[in-house]
Design a protein around this ligand. Structure first.
Ligand code: DNO
Length: 347
C-alpha cells in the first residue's frame, strides 16, 4: 500500500511541509481546482502542481477528482465535447505521471451531510448525517452548501438540473455511465492511468436524485460495464459503510482480490438505529467498522494501491475545511501505519 493524503492546493491551511512529516507518507492526492467541471486542465497547471508536490519530497500520482460534467451523467448531446475533454485530461495527467484518477457519478451533489460540526461526547467535532435533519432539508430553497458541492449553481440552474433528472430513470443513468466508460477506459489504458470511481455518499438516493454506486450488486454491475483493470474503484469504507447492508470487509476482500481497488479511503462511521450516522475517529471501537479487518484483507491480497486516511474530526482546537484538518487525519495515517507494519511483521 502507498500511504497518501488529500491536499487542497496552495491555499490549504494544511501545508505540504506538515503532511511530509507524517511517517511513511508517499503521495499527495490533489486536483486542479480553478477549472470548471468539463473543461480542460492546462498542461501548465498540471506541471506546476506536480512541481510543488515533488519539491516538497512527495509523489504526484493520484488525482481526486476530475469531475464529470452533469451533461455526461444526463446523457445530453452536449456530452460529446465534455467526454473529449475528459479523455484529453486523462492523457495529460498520464503524461505528467499520474497513475490513478478518482471521480464520481453522483447526480448534482457529491458527499452529503446534514451537519458539519456536531460535537461528540469527547469535545471533538465531526460530520454527521441525521435522518430527521435531511428530511427537513430542501436544496432548492435552502441556503445549503457543503464542501465538495459544485458551488457554481444558482438557485435557477439548480432547479433546471433537478427537472432534467426528473425525466431520467435509474437505468438511463446506468446507460450514461456505460457510454462514458466505453469512451474513456480505452484512453486510460493507453495512458496507463487507473480510473477509480468513488461510491455514492451516502449510498442511497437523496433529494429524489438517483444514486447507483451503492453496494455489492451494483459494484459488480459497474465493474462489468467495461471489464478492464483500468476500470476500478475508490473503495471508500465510510461511504459504503454508512449503509448497514454493506459488509465492508467482504467488499474490500472481494474487490482487492480481483485487483479492482486502486484507491482506498479509510474512514470509520458510527451507525445509529434509524439509519443516521456520525463520522467517528478511525480507531475501530469508535465507530461501527472493523478497520483492522479491512487492512487485514487488503494485506492478504497483496494490495499495492493508494490508501488515504479519510475525513477526520476537528480536534485540539483546529479549524479548517470540515473533514480535512491535519490532526485527526494524521492520527488516522499513523493508525494505518501501525496496523500495516504489524501485518507485515506477522506475514
Ligand atoms: C469526500 C470525498 C469525495 C470524493 C469525490 C470523488 O470527502 O471523498 O468528495 O472526492 O466523490 O469524486
Amino acid at each position: 500500500m502507498k500511504l497518501s493524503f488529500r491536499w487542497y492546493g496552495v491555499d490549504d491551511p494544511v501545508t505540504l511541509e506538515k503532511i511530509r512529516q507524517i511517517p511513511n507518507m508517499h503521495s499527495i492526492v490533489t486536483a486542479v481546482y480553478d477549472v470548471p467541471p468539463g473543461e480542460l486542465w492546462s498542461r501548465e497547471s498540471i506541471a506546476a502542481l506536480k512541481k510543488t508536490v515533488e519539491d516538497a519530497g512527495l509523489h504526484f500520482e493520484v488525482i481526486e477528482s476530475v469531475p464529470v460534467h452533469e451533461d455526461i451523467k444526463l446523457g445530453k448531446p452536449t456530452r460529446e465535447r465534455y467526454i473529449e475533454n475528459y479523455k484529453e485530461n486523462i492523457r495529460r495527467l498520464g503524461e505528467a505521471g499520474i497513475k490513478c484518477i478518482c471521480y464520481n457519478f453522483m447526480p448534482v451533489f457529491d458527499w452529503t451531510r446534514t451537519q458539519l460540526d456536531r460535537q461528540l461526547p469527547d469535545g471533538s467535532n465531526a460530520l454527521v448525517y441525521y435522518q430527521d435533519q435531511i428530511s427537513r432539508m430542501d436544496p432548492l430553497t435552502g441556503e445549503l452548501s457543503l464542501p465538495g458541492w459544485d458551488a457554481s449553481y444558482t438557485k435557477e440552474s439548480l432547479k433546471q438540473v433537478f427537472d432534467e433528472y426528473g425525466k431520467l430513470t435509474e437505468e438511463d443513468l446506468w446507460e450514461n455511465l456505460r457510454y462514458f466508460l466505453s469512451e474513456i477506459i480505452p484512453v486510460a489504458e493507453q495512458s496507463d492511468v487507473r480510473m477509480a470511481i468513488h461510491p455514492d455518499d451516502p449510498p442511497w438516493p437523496i433529494f429524489g436524485l438517483p444514486r447507483i454506486i451503492t453496494g455489492e450488486k451494483n459494484l459488480d454491475r459497474f465493474l462489468k460495464l467495461v471489464d478492464s483493470p483500468y476500470n476500478g474503484l475508490t473503495l471508500c469504507t465510510g461511504s459504503l459503510g454508512s449503509s448497514k447492508e454493506n459488509d465492508i470487509v467482504h467488499l474490500v476482500d472481494k474487490y482487492s482480490e480481483m485487483g479492482r481497488i486502486h484507491f482506498l479511503h479509510f474512514r470509520n462511521v458510527l451507525l445509529l438505529p434509524d439509519g443516521s450516522f456520525e463520522e467517528s475517529a478511525h480507531y475501530s471501537a469508535c465507530g461501527s467498522l472493523d478497520m483492522v479487518g479491512i487492512l487485514k484483507v487488503l494485506h492478504k491480497n497483496g494490495f499495492t494501491g493508494y490508501i488515504r486516511p479519510d475525513h477526520g474530526r476537528m480536534i485540539w482546537g483546529e479549524t479548517g475545511k470540515p473533514g480535512y484538518g491535519l490532526f485527526d487525519r494524521a492520527l488516522g495515517a499513523t493508525y494505518i501505519n501501525g496496523i500495516w507494519e504489524t501485518l507485515e511483521r506477522l506475514g
